[in-house]
Ligand binder design. Structure first.
Ligand code: ATP
Ligand code: ATP
Ligand code: CA
Length: 219
């Protein structure tokens, strides 16, 4: 069976962020056309991505010639040069692209990007900083936040749950969190159901509001 290629995606800026996005998308089977103004980076990525072009992406004509409007999505990974980042998002938006993802370095940068046409603005440094704080402070093994309020966490089962089926410990009612899955040492991950019994040392995957998860993990 021939592997079907996933949708082509344009990535502008091959710094640490754009580079990681590009490599991951290629690994997942997407065609990636990457653009960077730095010839050394273009060289570095040339063998790994579908196509790598050395160009100044603030130039609308260049983007047009690269067929930017025919891509399903574009990612703009430029943080230091805010002017370039904004001009590129504007140009992509003018060319008719709607699925634009852009990296911002601060709140004002983010607002400008949203107004110039970025549908998704991300803050990798801040988000990772928050994540690390949660991992250090709480008894969390892993933590993924969705926006400011909701998250999914992996944690060692807190004491009040031990030896009981979930229906008895009433996590959702008492702590307002949902146990999604359970991983027992040496066993496979299972989806949590009401009569799943929690044992000491079990790893739980739990979803809920961030402050509820924090309280839950600290019990
Ligand atoms: P990171 O933290 O992801 O490494 P950064 O936020 O520090 O990146 P920069 O290093 O300024 O951002 O830019 C990321 C990449 O974008 C760099 O490789 C840079 O060469 C490239 N770049 C900057 N301006 C342009 C431009 N006008 N056209 C194309 N590429 C550009
Ligand atoms: P980030 O991407 O998280 O913003 P960065 O990886 O680009 O950071 P820098 O901007 O070089 O790294 O440094 C981050 C902070 O560390 C800056 O506020 C800088 O002033 C400070 N810093 C850098 N070097 C030193 C040092 N030798 N001693 C103390 N502080 C330092
Ligand atoms: Ca940076």
């Amino acid at each position: 069976m021939s592997a079907k290629r996933r949708k082509p995606i344009m990535v502008i800026g091959l710094g640490r962020f754009g580079g990681a996005v590009s490599r991951t998308l290629e690994r997942m089977g997407h065609e990636v056309l990457a653009v960077d103004i730095d010839p050394a980076l273009v060289q570095e990525f040339a063998g790994e991505l579908t196509k790598v072009v050395e160009a100044d992406a603030t130039d609308t004509t260049t983007l047009e010639q690269l067929g930017a409007k025919d891509f399903d999505a574009a990612v703009v990974g430029i943080g230091t040069n805010i002017e370039a980042s904004v001009l590129i998002v504007l140009a992509l938006s003018d060319l008719g692209l709607t699925n634009i993802w852009a990296k911002a370095t601060n709140e004002k940068h983010a607002r400008i990007l949203e107004r110039t046409g970025a549908a998704h603005v991300v803050f990798p440094e801040q988000r990772m900083g928050e994540r690390v704080a949660h991992l250090i402070n709480e008894k969390l093994l892993d933590f993924i936040a969705f926006g400011d309020e909701f998250a999914i966490a992996r944690l060692i089962a807190p004491e009040p749950l031990l030896g009981l089926p979930l229906v008895t410990s009433q996590c959702r009612k008492k702590y307002d969190v949902t146990v999604v899955g359970v991983k027992r040492e040496g066993e496979n991950f299972i989806h949590a159901v009401p009569d799943t019994i929690i044992f000491p040392g079990d790893e739980l995957v739990v979803s809920g509001r961030i402050h509820d998860l924090e309280a839950f993990s600290a019990m």
